[in-house]
Design a protein around this ligand. Structure first.
Ligand code: ADP
Length: 258
């Protein structure tokens, strides 16, 4: 059996020294796995991402990457091993090429084009000047979904062993969301992926799902196992499904009226 890349062992985190945002959270991620942490807003998902990426160093418990405590790994080394993509990852004013190449200084145009094809952005980029297309500060001349796809392309180029996608497909159009999830699943064939999401439709096909509630792991298992339990995960899944159906009906009514 492969050794875990990431081990999260009895993790406890408090920001104010009084209440625990994370309380005894344990899980492990093996090479090539897609592990998901889900749960409602405010339950501590991003705190986990922040601790793993070394952004926040104060915690109790053990957090190791390939067996080495994360606190003992130099920041530059940690950044080489773990790539984090957040829902608002940063794009700077410059060309598409400049925004991408920072993740892989040796990449030639063919490599950059190939990675844009992977995230379904090449057609748009090629119609707008190709790799020389100018990106405005914070990607203001792109849609939210296009921004995120460009950020994912950059992350893929970084070629680290492990990826954390922290709500990377959230708050964007459904088409981009699907494209991003496809790119993440493609990446997961060769990399280890920790996916953080409040939306459960994105996580159905992952290897193991950890459902966080009030900072604790309330349930874990595959989508099928968790649905059978008819517990927290089931309830959140059903409430999201109903909300989406309601949203679709609303959109249909609007179409009929207009
Ligand atoms: P999630 O990602 O599930 O929405 P977070 O990990 O962002 O949850 O937040 C969990 C809890 O920790 C929330 O109550 C949030 O207000 C609190 N929190 C997050 N970051 C900080 C911080 N830097 N300082 C103080 N409290 C924080």
């Amino acid at each position: 059996m492969a050794e875990p890349i990431l081990t999260v062992d009895h993790l406890v985190k408090s920001y104010d020294g009084k209440t625990n945002v994370l309380d005894n959270v344990s899980f492990a991620v093996k090479p090539g796995e897609v592990i998901v942490v889900v749960g409602p807003s405010g339950c501590g998902k991003s705190t986990i991402a922040g601790l793993i990426s070394g952004k926040n160093k104060k915690f109790n418990g053990r957090l190791t990457l390939s067996g080495v405590p994360i606190g003992d790994i130099a920041e530059s080394e940690l950044m080489r091993h773990v790539t984090v993509v957040r829902h608002n990852s940063y794009l700077f004013k410059g060309t598409v090429r400049e925004n991408l190449i920072m993740a892989d200084l040796g990449a030639d145009d063919e490599k950059l084009k190939a990675v844009l094809i992977k995230v379904n952005l090449w057609d748009f980029v090629s119609e707008n000047g190709g790799l020389d297309m100018e990106i405005a500060e914070k990607g203001d001349n792109l849609s939210g979904g296009q921004c995120q796809r460009l950020c994912i392309a950059r992350a893929i180029l970084h070629d680290s062993e492990m990826y954390i996608f922290d709500e990377a497909a959230s708050n964007i159009d459904a088409e981009s969301e699907g494209m991003i999830m496809d790119a993440i699943h493609e990446l997961a064939k060769t990399k280890t992926v920790l996916l953080i999401s409040h939306r459960l439709f994105n996580v159905i096909s992952s290897d193991n799902i950890y459902m966080l509630k009030d900072g604790e792991i309330a349930e874990s298992g595959t989508h099928e196992q968790l649905m059978k339990k008819s517990g927290e995960y089931f309830r959140l899944f059903e409430s999201q499904r109903k909300l989406e159906e309601f949203g679709k009906e609303d959109a249909d009514v609007c179409r009929e009226i207009s």
